[in-house]
Structures are given as structure tokens and as C-alpha cells.
Design a protein around this ligand. Structure first.
Ligand code: URP
Ligand code: ZN
Ligand code: ZN
Length: 466
């Protein structure tokens, strides 16, 4: 038995002083500090952990990451399952959801088996997969049922990246009908890829090749249009819809309209869209700008207050990272912005960065936990195993000191990247200790985890289906 005493247990409904009793991999009880039960438990405990002055949180659930993703033959995201999950733990995340990617020409089954073989035995924390479908055809749609039986219950489709991951509207609505039948969650990369390709070609032909043109050729209007179209298709197919990495106020407005009309549509945003901007980070020459190339792109900072408002009112339900890091040698690939691998690394910083929203008065403590842990667990069929501290739940616990200040950057982070999109950002609050299923992964700011502790989480259907 472990007992965590003296902390404020934070859940999606608020904070309360409580002692947490852990037996093996599970939470057995939350009890009043100083109560007879707590005192007796502490007397017989193998270890009593003092969390005085700290928050005690359910482990973070990062429901959108790309570890060792081969984006092109020359560029593979630089965190492996081992390094990325260790870095996630450093930042208070105890479960990640990555993707089995079915490239065009590949069988869904092979994609799933390949991803399992890459992750198996490597992860320091628990992990699960979505299926990213790059070839929507009869065989792939049939395969969705078997994949769901194996605990992969959400499927990502792409309105972007023609010639690679892109699906046309007919393929999308076919997939949505199938998902609705099966009770699967439809995830959408919503950007109008065909139009974007024209803008990119025109920019390059006109000699507009700097990193900022990555952003200027993927305008928010073409994200909003894609969200609107995806919502329309999903409403016809009566399928649930989850917009990944929503970046702009204009696209959020389309989510809000669809939700107000009663549609079962959800959206996720990422820390980069809440804090980083096209003018300050992407509009930089050379490597500085290249480091901030991701899709959708960074947006003008004047849209960020709308995203915070969306997080408060639930039009944005989840904060995930879309962690997809590349080292500088890969960020330097390509003669212009079109050749730079897309993505940046944040898996370690998500809880800290969203805690800044609490510090700044943008978000309540409860909403921090809800958007970073509870809702992703519910959205993707892991609740109440994950996302909550309650009797019977996995003992995924974070002890978080809200008073410690620190500065983010490549010299101090644990992610396997030689740069940081977050260089020099100062935050207040830091993870002190982390347990994943009752085992310490971070103990008083020392990594004590091991690759292979993390298990594959067979997920149920989303709790948020209607
Ligand atoms: O730039 C990004 N987001 N890279 C990862 C791939 C994706 O579309 O999520
Ligand atoms: Zn995407
Ligand atoms: Zn992604």
C-alpha cells in the first residue's frame, strides 16, 4: 500500500483535500486527511508520500502524439516510443495515444501490427493507438470492425495532404457511415488540402519560399471551410466527429455553430495554437521559422483569446500536443518551406503550459484536469480506468507543485530533440512525482521508470457517443 497525504486532489469537478490510498496498480480509496482510515493506512503502508502544498492529479492523457513517425524517407519524428513516453512522464502524462498509420497501398492489419511491434516493450507509460486511414476503400472499411475489437476505436481521416493521406468527400462520408454503424469515433484533420496545394505552388512559383509562407498558404479560412464540410458530412451520416489540432478562431466558430445546432461534434486544440503565433515564431528566417512549421500552421496571436474561451465553454474539449518533433538537421531539409517536415515537440510541456492558463485566470483548476486528462479519457474509451482518481481506477497519479517556476528549452527538456519550439518560455508549476499504475516513473524529480512498464490500453468505445 502507498498513501499520498496532505495534497489537494483535483478532479474535473474541483479540488478537495484528500489522502489517496493505492494498492498494487489501483486506487483503493480517497479518504479525509487525519481520518482513522488514513492513519491506519499510513501505519501499514510501504510508503507514505507527503504532497503538502501540491496538487494530486489524475495522470495526464495526451490523445494525439506521433512517436517515431516516418514522415518521409528522410525524416522520422525524433522521439522514440522509449524517449517520448519518458518525456511525457516528466511532464505529468501517464497515457499517450499514438497512431497506427495505414499509408495508401497498405493493409490496415499490417499497419496495426507494425505499430504494435514498434511500441511493444518500449514505453515507460501506458499507450494506445488510433488508426490513421490513408486509403479509404471497401477493404479498409471492412477492417475497421476487427480493429475495434482489438481496442482501437477511433479513426483519423485527412482532408489535407493530397497524394498521401487525403480522402475525398465520398470517401469521408463512406467512412463516417461505417463509423456510425460500428460506434467508432471519427477524427478529422480539417484543412482543404486541394486548395492549399494550389496556394503552395503559386507561392513557390512567385519565389515566396520562407517559412512564413507555410502559414500564409494554409489560411484559417481553408481550415474553417474544412471543419464546416466535415461537420455537414458527419451530420448527414449521423456520425460523431472529433476535429484534431484545431488552430484558428475561424475554425472554432464552425465547431460552435455545429454544436449549437445539436450535433455531436468535438474539437481538440494544442498548446502551440494557444501560445505561439505566425508573426512571432513562424515569420522568422531560416531555422527559427522552420522549427515552427506544423500543420495546421501557427496563427495570428489575436485569435488565441477565442481558443481560451473555447476551452472554457467546451467547444474545445481536449488539449493534446500533436507531438511530432524533428531535430534541426531534419528541419533544414528541403529548399523551401514545402520540404520541411511538419510538426513540433511538446509532449513534456502540455500540463505545465495549460496550467499557465490557470495561473493567468483563463481556466479553472477543474477545467485544466478535465481538458488534459478526464475528457480525453472519456472521449477515447479509457474512462474511468484513466482520467480520474477514484476507487478502482488505475493508480496513474501526478503530484504537482504549483509554486515552482522553471524555463522551458532544449538544454533542460527530456524530449529527444536538439531544439525547442518553447525555448525561453517561463512557466509556474512543475511535476514532482508521477505514478503509472501504482509504480513510480518520476520520483521527486528523478526518473525511475523503465521501457516496457507501459502497457497497450485496449480502449472501449467513446463515452461521448449518442
Ligand atoms: O504538423 C503536424 N501536425 N504533424 C503531424 C501530422 C498531423 O497532421 O497531425
Ligand atoms: Zn493531422
Ligand atoms: Zn497529428
Amino acid at each position: 500500500m502507498f498513501v499520498i497525504t496532505g495534497g489537494q486532489v483535483v478532479s474535473s469537478s474541483g479540488a478537495t483535500p484528500a489522502d489517496v490510498l493505492i494498492e498494487g496498480e489501483k486506487i483503493v480509496a480517497l479518504v479525509s486527511p487525519g481520518s482513522d482510515v488514513s492513519v491506519r493506512a499510513q501505519e501499514s503502508a510501504e510508503r507514505v508520500v507527503d504532497a503538502l502544498g501540491c496538487y494530486v492529479l489524475p495522470g495526464g492523457v495526451d490523445s494525439h502524439v506521433h512517436l517515431q513517425l516516418e514522415m518521409t524517407p528522410e525524416a522520422t519524428s525524433s522521439d522514440t516510443f522509449a524517449t517520448g513516453t519518458a518525456a511525457a512522464a516528466w511532464g505529468g502524462t501517464t497515457t499517450v495515444v499514438d497512431f497506427a498509420g495505414q499509408l495508401s497501398g497498405m493493409h490496415v492489419r499490417d499497419a496495426v501490427e507494425t505499430r504494435h511491434s514498434e511500441a511493444d516493450g518500449q514505453c515507460a507509460i501506458d499507450y494506445a493507438f488510433h488508426l490513421a486511414m490513408g486509403q479509404v476503400d471497401d477493404e479498409s472499411l471492412r477492417e475497421m470492425s476487427a480493429v475495434m475489437d482489438e481496442g482501437i476505436t477511433s479513426f483519423k481521416y485527412f482532408m489535407a495532404y493530397p497524394g498521401a493521406w487525403y480522402s475525398d468527400d465520398g470517401q469521408l462520408i463512406s467512412a463516417m457511415y461505417r463509423a456510425a454503424d460500428l460506434g467508432a469515433m471519427v477524427m478529422m484533420h480539417a484543412e482543404n488540402g486541394l486548395a492549399i496545394d494550389v496556394l503552395r505552388a503559386r507561392a513557390v512559383a512567385a519565389g515566396k519560399t520562407d517559412p512564413v509562407w507555410h502559414g500564409r498558404t494554409r489560411p484559417a479560412r481553408l481550415e474553417a471551410e474544412a471543419v464546416h464540410r466535415a461537420a455537414a458530412l458527419a451530420s448527414v451520416a449521423e456520425a460523431p466527429l472529433y476535429i484534431v489540432h484545431l488552430s484558428s478562431a475561424e475554425a472554432l466558430e464552425q465547431v460552435s455553430i455545429a454544436r449549437r445546432s445539436g450535433q455531436n461534434i468535438f474539437a481538440e486544440t494544442c498548446p502551440q495554437y494557444l501560445y505561439l503565433s505566425i508573426e512571432e515564431h513562424l515569420d522568422q528566417p531560416g531555422i527559427s521559422g522552420r522549427r515552427h512549421i506544423c500543420s495546421p500552421p501557427l496563427r495570428p496571436s489575436d485569435g488565441q483569446s477565442s481558443l481560451w474561451a473555447g476551452l472554457r465553454n467546451d467547444d474545445l474539449a481536449v488539449v493534446a500536443t500533436d507531438h511530432c518533433p524533428f531535430c534541426d538537421n531534419e528541419k533544414l531539409l528541403g529548399e523551401d518551406f514545402t520540404g520541411v517536415p511538419n510538426g513540433l515537440g511538446s509532449i513534456e510541456h502540455r500540463m505545465d503550459l495549460i496550467h499557465q492558463g490557470v495561473v493567468a485566470g483563463e481556466l479553472s483548476l477543474a477545467r485544466w484536469v478535465e481538458t488534459c486528462s478526464t475528457t480525453p479519457a472519456r472521449m477515447f474509451g479509457m474512462y474511468p480506468r484513466k482520467g480520474v482518481l477514484a476507487p478502482g481506477s488505475d493508480a496513474d497519479v501526478v503530484i504537482y507543485d504549483p509554486t515552482v517556476g522553471h524555463t522551458l528549452g532544449a538544454a533542460s527538456h527530456h524530449m529527444q530533440i536538439d531544439n525547442s519550439a518553447w525555448e525561453g518560455v517561463e512557466v509556474t508549476g512543475q511535476v514532482r512525482s508521477v505514478l503509472c499504475r501504482g509504480s513510480f516513473v518520476i520520483d521527486e524529480r528523478t526518473f525511475v521508470g523503465r521501457p516496457g512498464h507501459g502497457r497497450f490500453v485496449q480502449r472501449d468505445r467513446s463515452e461521448l457517443l449518442i
